[in-house]
Design a protein around this ligand. Structure first.
Ligand code: NAP
Length: 249
């Protein structure tokens, strides 16, 4: 595909886990990709190198999704105007009852998982909407099965943030449908990434895998195809929905 015809897609949290697998899948599908990350520049550079090896363009951009000026940076790269956004950056940070969760952890989890998604979607709406000079596009927000299950005794505040993401998908899809932008979500269940160790419990997946009807955790590569599909032309009549990719969870 010629450079000018390729979609340009931003993936927040593209340096690791589900985001990294999504970047790889998008690159194989012919997207130029902006790989957003917070701190792990080496991981982001590896993801960029893998993407460019299949013949598309890719750049890494350090940007905290909770900071509006840094969000703007994701949309201002040499790759040109974005046509797609995967609002994926997230964290659980801590496991435990809400009563035992420090306020700063609650605040960070709400800010990254909900405010960060809202800010990225807001910028995408400003730049992609056809009534504001954009050419249209597609947004996929990464939610979680926790949004409907509640995540009791683990991270109810995270579940609440993800339920907020689901509500954002419903409303923003209606707001942007007339101006050429589709908005959907993907809700993974238990996925084998660093997120569990980062919350202080590297063994969590193996400990709770019995909850999954399919009897195993998912791999990031099993989440990415749903995201790629929702961004692409095969999903052109799909907006306002959250696709659960969770092994029955
Ligand atoms: P992960 O492997 O821990 O990767 C998290 C990514 O988010 C990294 O790229 C990290 O950047 C980035 N990030 C974290 N805070 C950020 C911030 N403030 N600004 C910008 N980027 C930030 O996580 P994952 O498991 O792939 O999770 C991806 C998404 O899936 C999250 O929204 C998560 O809630 C959701 N999810 C995951 C699971 C699961 O079981 N893994 C289940 C359901 C939903 P650095 O590399 O620079 O740190």
């Amino acid at each position: 595909m010629e450079t000018a015809q390729r979609p340009v897609t931003i993936v927040t949290g593209g340096s690791r886990g589900i985001g990294a697998a999504t970047v790889a899948a998008l690159a194989r599908s012919g997207h130029d990709v902006v790989v957003g990350y917070l701190a792990d520049a080496d991981a982001a550079a590896r993801v960029v190198a893998d993407a460019t090896s299949v013949g598309v363009r890719a750049v890494a951009v350090q940007a905290d999704v909770t900071v509006p000026a840094e969000v703007d940076r994701l949309f201002a790269t040499d790759l040109g105007p974005a046509t797609g956004l995967v609002a994926n950056a997230g964290l659980t940070a801590h496991l435990g009852d809400l009563a035992d969760t420090p306020v700063d952890v609650v605040r960070t989890v709400l800010e990254v998982n909900l405010l960060g998604v809202v800010l990225c979607c807001r910028r995408a709406a400003q730049l992609m909407s056809t009534d504001r000079g954009g050419t249209g596009g597609a947004i996929v927000a990464v939610s979680s099965s926790a949004a409907t299950l509640g995540a009791a005794h683990e991270y109810v505040h995270y579940a609440a943030a993800k339920a907020g993401v689901d509500a954002l998908v419903v409303g923003l899809a209606k707001e942007l449908a007339p101006v050429g932008v589709r908005v959907n979500g993907v809700a993974p269940g238990l996925v084998r990434t660093d997120i569990h160790a980062a919350a202080g419990d590297p063994g969590r997946l193996d400990r709770v895998v019995d909850r999954v009807p399919m009897g195993r955790a998912g791999e990031p590569e099993e989440i990415a195809p749903a995201i790629v599909w929702l961004l692409g032309p095969q999903a052109r009549y799909v907006t306002g929905t959250v696709v659960r990719v969770a092994g029955g969870l």
